[in-house]
Design a protein around this ligand. Structure first.
Ligand code: SF4
Length: 389
């Protein structure tokens, strides 16, 4: 069985006010870092054995902040996982990093231990925006770290930026993009800031304590200006928030959008194993909580298991597939559900084609259609419900 690995590193050097990923703050030398590595490598062996996994096509070390593991920690993690991919094959191995902890030793360790891509959390070069959104780190380190990533992973790194931050107008965002592109990333993720309920930023906004946050309309327009700038600069949009130079798509993320098997390891991670014969999936969700995760008995994966029945999996396949600019794979859809995509949601496809928001062969939303993906999914899900009942 072929499956990718997603390894969640649940540690950060500090917590950002807008973030709702599971992570805990750590300092260098925290003994939980070593304990985490022992345990996640054991989980990887047990999981691969349980599912009789063949070589992984992609591996993604995300978080949290994997660069808090330091040079020796990341080497240990990648060396420990090495047996799960075919060293001669074109495997994609991505490591996420934050500028404040991604020093030269860390980046060189990543490269020596087999990483093929770095994904750097830049977010913004504008200190007022970063501070107001409660982003950890200091933007003064960015030029040095970006130059280093670009030198050690030439044409093989991605960078994240956020639009819709406080104190960010179009001039600030476009300057950020221009600065970022001067380091020649192969891939850029431009995320619209979302106020996730329960985060400190959400609470501060509700209490009216965050000045200069753009209105929703202003934030939408800002993101579109960013998208257009990236397109003009040769970075084509291939997913809702992702842009790249030709041939530089994230192969790991493509597997999520195609709903192809992946294991999720580490507290808070989730994985999905598809049964193509039945059109169902097994979802394994690892409970968050680093202490209880470390205290597990041997053999306990610390995960809840849920069977995703065909109707729910069809919806999830549409939800993930239409995020991708080429749409869901029609062959895979038919093989998995014994149903043509065109027969599953004919009314929705016809109406969105009529509005000029959907392309044919294969069916996929246009760039303008992607802006209203939620509305498309509401219609598609209603049609699926009517079709299945
Ligand atoms: S560094 Fe990333 S994962 Fe950590 S708190 Fe900030 S946004 Fe979240």
């Amino acid at each position: 069985m072929e499956a990718s690995f997603y390894i969640h590193v649940p540690f950060c050097s500090g917590l950002c006010d807008y973030c709702d990923f599971y992570s805990v703050p750590v300092r260098q030398g925290d003994e939980r870092l070593g304990q985490y590595l022992d345990r996640v490598l054991l989980d990887a062996r047990e999981t691969a054995c349980r599912f009789n996994a063949g070589p992984a096509p992609t591996v993604y070390i995300g978080g949290g902040t994997p660069s808090v593991l330091g040079a020796s920690g990341i080497r240990r993690l990648l060396n420990g996982l090495e047996g799960f991919w075919n060293s001669g094959a074109a495997v994609e191995i991505t490591v996420e990093a934050n500028p404040e902890t991604a020093d030269r030793a860390f980046l060189e360790s990543c490269r020596e231990a087999g990483a093929t891509r770095i994904s750097l959390g830049v977010q913004s070069f504008h200190e007022a925006s970063r501070k107001a959104a409660g982003r950890v780190g200091d933007c003064r380190i960015l030029p040095e770290r970006l130059a280093m990533v670009s030198e050690i992973f030439p044409h093989a790194f991605s960078a994240d930026l956020i639009s819709g931050l406080p104190f960010q107008d179009d001039a600030v965002l476009l300057r950020d993009l221009e600065t970022l592109l001067s380091y020649e990333p192969a891939h850029v993720s431009l995320y619209a800031l979302t106020l996730e309920e329960g985060t400190p930023l959400y609470e501060a906004c509700r209490a009216g304590k965050v000045a200069s946050l753009p209105s929703q309309d202003e934030a939408d327009l800002l993101w579109i200006q960013g998208r257009d700038f990236l397109e003009r600069s040769g970075y084509h949009q291939y997913e809702v928030s992702n842009f790249c130079l030709p041939g530089k798509e994230s192969r790991h993320n493509l597997r999520y959008w195609r709903m192809e098997n992946w294991f999720g390891l580490g507290p808070g991670a989730s994985g999905t194993i598809i049964d193509d014969e039945q059109g169902t999936a097994l979802r394994l969700t690892v409970k968050s909580g680093i202490e209880s995760w470390l205290d597990r008995r041997p053999g306990d994966q610390g995960a809840t298991e849920e069977l995703i029945a065909a109707p729910a999996l069809i919806k999830e396949t549409l939800l993930m597939g239409f995020r991708y600019c080429k749409g869901p794979d029609p062959e895979l859809f038919k093989k998995r559900f014994r149903l043509d995509l065109e027969d599953a949601i004919p009314g929705t496809l016809a109406s969105w084609r009529g509005k000029g928001l959907l392309r044919d062969s294969p069916a996929a939303l246009t760039a303008e259609g992607l802006l209203v993906l939620d509305r498309f999914l509401i219609e598609a899900f209603a049609e699926i419900d009517a079709f299945l009942h």
